[in-house]
Design a protein. Structure first.
Length: 376
């Protein structure tokens, strides 16, 4: 059995090596390192794939979130509601812009932001909601968009873990995540479902005016060289990373399908154990792209299992061990522990298993049998 990786980027690279190598070499030879043809081509190809009018590439996923908020014109003191159970980047950019983060609980099944908690958190100062499609599972966007419309709020989708996922609306139509809200963002960090070989990100919108504003923001506020019309930042996707992403984008659906198939095999082996709750898998839609395959463990020493797996050569992750409302940087006396029952339980129970496009049956059998042996 080959060595188990949490993410096997090398194995994935071997299958697209020729295209990646030739594309990178062409960028080097043409020296078009910033805003070169590869960036513009990737932008157009991603727009077509997502079915969105505007893709604005940028330097990383955190910048993408920050720039989306800057483009919407949010002001210091405006309240932005987001999930307590997620990576810190989501709340980080809210704080960096001197906006007021309002953290709310998540639902216990898909781990995404709780709809009723959003409703309870809205005040006259609320200006935006940031749903995170956590672990590759789509949040309840129909409900979120209804709340936003009722209260005249912006919706900023954090799509860093769910690119390529399809959301099925109540009317049966499908749309790609990241294109449902007023603006969406994603990360192309190497371990993502669509990842480059460094940092990268992008912003999505169907709003022409917002897209124009954001294009200026990512480039020092310039639409014409040395004419700074808006306050901007320096956040551009470089051409080498765009070349890698162009090589991978045609394979994204197959990558996601491979993740779904591995998830089904994990669940088939683990779902009947009384101490394990496996992720929800929808048999009639493709709304989960399994950036992570995350279990909940009941009546079990999670950290002891982590240690056991590592000793057996099986990497794993705990995403996330500390709620954002308990992080030193984001602690606030407004928060009441009683408002976060699900998040406070999840941080004690979750464990994420290796998940990538190169997992094979032998590895999955070894991982699951090792877990079951430990749990007894």
């Amino acid at each position: 059995m080959k060595k188990i990786q949490m993410v096997d980027l090398k194995g994935q690279y071997e299958l697209i090596k020729e295209r990646v190598d030739s594309s990178i070499q062409e960028v080097i030879e043409t020296t078009a390192f910033i805003n070169g043809p590869e960036v513009h081509a990737f932008q157009k190809e991603l727009e077509e794939y997502l079915g969105v009018k505007h893709v604005i590439p940028c330097a990383n996923g955190t910048d993408a979130l920050q720039i989306a908020m800057m483009g919407l014109g949010l002001k210091p003191g405006d309240e932005v509601i987001t999930a307590d159970f997620t990576f810190a980047a989501t709340v980080e950019v809210i704080a960096l812009l001197n906006l007021t983060p309002v953290l709310v609980d998540v639902n216990p099944h898909g781990f995404n932001i709780d709809i009723e908690a959003i409703k309870r958190a809205i005040t006259p100062k609320t200006k935006a909601i940031v749903p995170v499609h956590l672990f590759g599972q789509v949040a309840d966007m129909d409900a979120i968009m209804e709340i936003a419309k009722e209260h005249n709020l912006f919706v900023i989708e954090d799509n860093a873990q769910a690119i390529g996922s399809n959301y099925t609306r109540r009317d049966g139509s499908q749309v790609k995540t990241g294109t449902i809200g007023h603006v969406g963002s994603t990360s192309f960090f190497p371990s993502k479902n669509l990842g480059c070989y460094g940092d990268g990100g992008a912003i999505f919108t169907n709003d022409d005016d917002l897209a124009h504003t954001i294009r200026g923001i990512v480039n020092h506020g310039m639409y014409e060289r040395y004419h700074h019309d808006v306050v901007g930042v320096n956040s551009r996707l470089d051409s080498i990373q765009a070349a890698v992403l162009r090589a991978k984008l045609p394979h994204l659906d197959s990558y996601n399908n491979a993740r779904r198939e591995s998830a089904r095999k994990y669940s088939a082996a683990l779902q009947n154990h009384p101490k394990i709750t496996v992720p929800l898998i929808c048999d009639v839609c493709d709304c989960h792209v399994f950036h992570q395959y995350t279990l909940r463990l009941k009546n079990t020493d999670r950290d002891a299992l982590v240690k056991h797996l590592n000793e057996k050569g099986i990497p794993c992750g705990v995403y996330y061990p500390i709620p954002l409302h308990l992080q030193k940087a984001y602690a606030d006396e407004r928060y009441n522990e009683a408002d976060f029952p699900v998040t406070n339980q999840l941080v004690k129970e979750v464990i994420s298993l290796p998940m990538h496009t190169e997992l094979d049956n032998e590895q999955i059998e070894y991982i699951t049998s090792t877990i079951l042996e430990f749990l007894g």
